[in-house]
Design a binder for this molecule. Structure first.
Ligand code: PGA
Length: 253
């Protein structure tokens, strides 16, 4: 049985006080309403991680960062290392989000290094992949995503790759209100699982959780999560409202 995961990517939203209120609401609603088999993860901005860790102590909700440095330490002004993240209770890290690929020019090669440093020190990467609109319009999405996976993941050992969570996020569906259809999501998730199976074996591929991201909302989550290879969601906009985030997580039941 693969883990069902719903992760919230807050991006650059929420002051500390707002983030604390949101976390407290999510925590209480999850305790009251969520079945125990859905793993929730909150990925706030770096600066809130320490405070939110304090609030989440003893809770099954996981804490994730939105990025990390590929360097372990040293003269890298403005960067945040994996060890620093772990020292404030972080367990997960989003890597390769399309906004980082596009706006901060993160390449498949750089992401391979970030994956190495995160895995070496025991953080669980949530590795994002996904195609832009022009690629989807040319129906070249499978090869595009396969290249991202091959170039960033395929140097990893079987043991390390088994620790990763993959998130498929078609760029044309992120923050646009335009979601991939449940069929499009399932199709791509199956392509990704098959590619991982061809390199690492079916048992490894079958155990990896593959999340869908891109305009997931309470009213479309159930349909998207119904896909047999869809193991959860990476939620942007809707994770900023506790009610919506919890309702999305409840769509598994
Ligand atoms: P969205 O963002 O849910 O606002 O589309 C998803 C993401 O970027 O992870």
């Amino acid at each position: 049985m693969r883990k069902k995961i719903v992760a919230g990517n807050w991006k650059m939203n929420k002051t500390l006080e707002e983030g604390q209120s949101l976390t407290s609401e999510v925590k209480h609603m999850a305790e009251d309403e969520l079945p125990g088999d859905v793993q929730l993860i909150l990925c706030p901005p770096f600066i809130h991680l320490s405070a939110l860790h304090g609030m989440l102590k003893g809770s099954p909700i996981g804490l994730g960062a939105q990025n990390c440095s590929e360097q372990e330490s040293g003269a890298y002004t403005g960067e945040t290392s994996v060890a620093m993240l772990q020292s404030v209770g972080v367990k997960y890290v989003i890597l390769g989000h399309s906004e980082r690929r596009e706006q901060f020019k993160e390449s498949n090669e750089l992401l391979a290094k970030k994956l190495d440093v995160a895995l070496k020190q025991g953080l669980v990467p949530i590795f994002c992949c996904g195609e832009p609109l022009e690629i989807r319009e040319r129906e070249a999405q499978d090869a595009y995503v396969q290249k991202q996976i091959e170039e960033s993941l395929f140097h990893l050992s079987k043991e390390d790759v088994s620790k990763i969570i993959v998130a498929y996020e078609p760029i044309w569906a992120i923050g646009t209100g335009k979601t991939a259809s449940a069929e499009q999501a399932q199709e791509m998730h199956a392509v990704i699982r098959k590619q991982i199976a061809s390199k690492y074996g079916q048992d490894v591929a079958d155990a990896i959780s593959i999340l869908y991201g891109g305009s997931v909302k309470p009213d479309n989550a159930r349909e998207i999560f119904a896909g047999e290879d869809v193991d959860g969601g990476l939620i942007g906009g809707a994770s900023l409202k506790s009610r919506d985030f919890i309702d999305i997580a409840k769509s598994f039941s």
